[in-house]
Design a protein around this ligand. Structure first.
Ligand code: HEC
Length: 259
């Protein structure tokens, strides 16, 4: 009898834990997820269903914890891969697909499937499988929730936009054209860049404000970045990544603070 109730208890716990598992429905946008900390990565290689190799990498406190891919998909056929593995463009998809996961290498004929699964309240798993003929590579990235009450990450102008994208020690995406030597708008140093952007209007396109927190998508800065009906897209030489563009849009939508 005791055995039986123990069995029932285990069964109940099992079903309870199952109902906690869910696939997160996410829009195809990417943003810095500061409240998820990368915990570990499990990599398994199969050939014809037989496991050939498995590696487990655990991450410490100083490991990169960015997670930029946030949409669930069925399968993709990879038709094009940029030299930069941090930013791949796939064929047969409705949009551009961007990810930022180390150790994820893709080759020409790979078929990729990814989904985000949340286990309980504080563990998230990014499941990736890549099929190429009879080779199957499976990755599971585990993330721990840092702050359970966190609503959404607040984008920092300085840490998420200015330093990594615009300036980047003088090597950034707006450099050298907008450093203090000239250009239409000065974007060095950070405080000046903020003031110029927050109060400025487009010289080329009829005085449209660079920043519009009421209609973020109308902001001229954002339109420059996505080349939406503008005189000259910025940067003129090559596009910002979808991740960078989303970060800018999110910052504006959150009130474009000088944070
Ligand atoms: C290769 C050089 C170059 C890079 C890189 C570059 N810009 Fe520009 N930018 C220009 C030039 C040149 C103009 C002036 C265009 C004109 O009106 O002739 C300009 C103009 C602008 C303007 C004013 C547009 C207007 O209508 O008022 C903004 C804002 C701007 N850039 C932002 C950026 C941002 C933000 C970045 C980086 C994400 C960037 N630019 C990267 C060369 C560059």
């Amino acid at each position: 009898m005791r055995k039986y109730s123990l069995f029932l208890l285990v069964l109940t716990l099992f079903f309870l834990s199952c109902t906690k598992d869910r696939v997160i429905e996410v829009a195809p946008i990417v943003y810095p997820v500061e409240y998820w900390k990368k915990d570990s990565l499990v990599y398994t290689l199969f050939q014809g269903g037989v496991e050939l190799n498995q590696q487990v990498t655990t991450y410490g406190i100083s490991s990169p914890d960015t997670l930029t891919l946030t949409y669930e998909t069925s399968s993709f056929n990879l038709t094009f891969l940029d030299g930069d593995k941090g930013n791949a463009t796939l064929g047969f998809t409705s949009g551009v697909f961007s990810f930022d996961i180390d150790s994820l290498y893709l080759y020409g004929a790979d078929t990729l499937r990814q989904k985000v699964v949340q286990k309980g309240d504080s563990l998230m798993i990014l499941e990736t499988s890549i099929l190429n003929g009879e080779y199957l590579r499976e990755y599971r990235d585990y993330y721990q929730l840092l702050d359970i009450n966190a609503e959404a990450p607040i984008v920092s102008f300085k840490n998420d936009i200015y330093d990594p994208i615009f300036y980047n020690n003088g090597e950034g995406r707006c450099m050298p054209c907008h450093n203090d030597d000239g250009g239409q708008i000065r974007l060095v140093p950070a405080d000046l860049a903020y003031d110029e952007l927050i109060s400025g209007v487009s010289k080329n396109d009829g005085g449209v404000p660079y920043i519009n927190t009421v209609q973020p998508g109308e902001s001229y800065l954002y339109r420059l970045a996505i080349d939406d009906n503008v005189e000259y897209a910025m940067p003129p030489n090559s596009d910002l990544t979808p991740f960078e563009v989303e970060t800018i849009l999110m910052w504006i939508a959150q009130g474009a603070q000088n944070n």
